[in-house]
Design a protein around this ligand. Structure first.
Ligand code: ATP
Ligand code: MG
Length: 327
């Protein structure tokens, strides 16, 4: 029986990259699959320092955001990772199957430990192992992820294969499902991806940004010295990122976008992209503001989600314990 699992960190309001790379496909998948789990992965979020009050609020904001994007608690199990203790328990077992060199070259570790003067925590280093546990704990078969998570998912696949070889065929090997767009890049630095935890305020367009903020961020987006719209991600990453965003929010191909923008100066084009983004995000933003006022409802959704997730996780973890020799 196919099962879908994915997660998002409560590290702030999601941005366009999260939406186009992941959340949008999450909505479609709940129509196509019977069992779908979406986790607000708070255990992952503390791999970098978090303020407790902010974290508590971010979990509720994320729940509101998932619902506002169209994820339905009737079709999907929406839950907070830390409420299902088996995630951390399985992660321990899997960490004993994973070698240090296997983790050292993964992109997340490099980027986020650099932000902390190369003094990242042990948790940040082993984060992909917890991610493997998240997926395998539900014996998930399909994992919708953005471009930036492909290498992490490969680790999950390797870990599942190794476990199966050592202890008997137990975990399905999960497949990646990619979002509608490739990696969306930072508006300030097209060499890095758009990230919730990017300290630069103008780098990300959040799903709750006002039209004025969106215009301002696109106006200040870093491009290059050629004032012409072309799509060349290698040579012109800044402008090409704008085209990629424009293409993803309108459904037109990059070629069509470039064709229609012939003769436009970059400054003018930025406003056209901003306008398309504003249209796309308007309903999400409005619904999000409505839901944020109803904390009781959000807490109820998370409580029920955690209960269902726990019911699925417990028997899998119990089998793992038997296979490993704990029972
Ligand atoms: P953080 O900076 O806290 O890691 P993030 O923006 O990277 O936040 P995550 O919660 O780590 O977001 O990831 C949630 C989902 O969004 C994942 O499936 C990830 O692949 C996807 N995603 C994140 N950033 C991008 C991006 N720039 N483009 C496309 N998909 C993305
Ligand atoms: Mg991330």
């Amino acid at each position: 029986e196919p099962r879908v699992f994915s997660g998002i960190q409560p590290t702030g309001i999601p941005h366009l990259g999260n939406y186009l790379g992941a959340l949008q496909s999450w909505v479609h998948l709940q129509e196509r699959y019977h069992t779908v789990l979406y986790s607000i992965v708070d255990l992952h979020s503390i791999t970098v320092p978090q303020d407790p009050g902010t974290l508590r609020q971010s979990v509720l904001d994320m729940a509101a955001c998932l619902l506002a994007c169209g994820i339905s608690p009737a079709q999907s199990c929406i839950f907070q990772q830390s409420q299902v203790a088996e995630h951390a328990e399985l992660a321990w077992i899997l960490s004993c199957l994973t070698s240090m060199p296997r983790l050292r070259h993964l992109p997340q570790w490099k980027v986020k430990s650099q932000r902390q003067n190369n003094e990242g925590s042990v948790g940040l280093f082993t984060y992909p192992v917890l991610q493997a546990a998240d997926i395998l704990l539900y014996r998930a078969t399909h994992v919708p992820v953005g471009d930036d998570q492909v290498q992490h998912l490969e680790l999950t696949q390797d870990t599942a294969r190794l476990f199966n070889r050592l202890y008997g065929d137990f975990f399905p090997i999960p497949k990646a499902i990619m979002g509608t767009s490739k990696k969306i890049r930072s508006l300030r630095d097209p060499s890095s991806k758009m990230s919730k935890s990017d300290p630069h305020k103008l780098a990300t367009v959040r799903l709750t940004d006002s039209p004025e903020e969106i215009v301002m961020k696109f106006r200040k987006a870093v491009t290059d010295f050629t004032s012409e719209v072309t799509y060349d991600p290698e040579g012109r990453p800044g402008v090409s990122n704008l085209v990629a965003i424009h293409s993803a929010v309108t459904g037109l191909s990059a070629e069509e976008i470039v064709g229609r923008s012939r003769g436009m100066e970059t400054a003018q084009y930025k406003l056209a992209v901003a306008e398309a983004v504003i249209q796309k995000l308007r309903p999400i933003r409005e619904e999000m503001h409505r839901l944020q006022k109803d904390r009781g409802y959000l807490q109820g959704v998370l409580r029920q989600g955690a209960q269902r997730a726990k019911e699925m996780a417990a028997p899998v973890y119990d089998s793992v314990c038997r296979l490993v020799g704990f029972r």
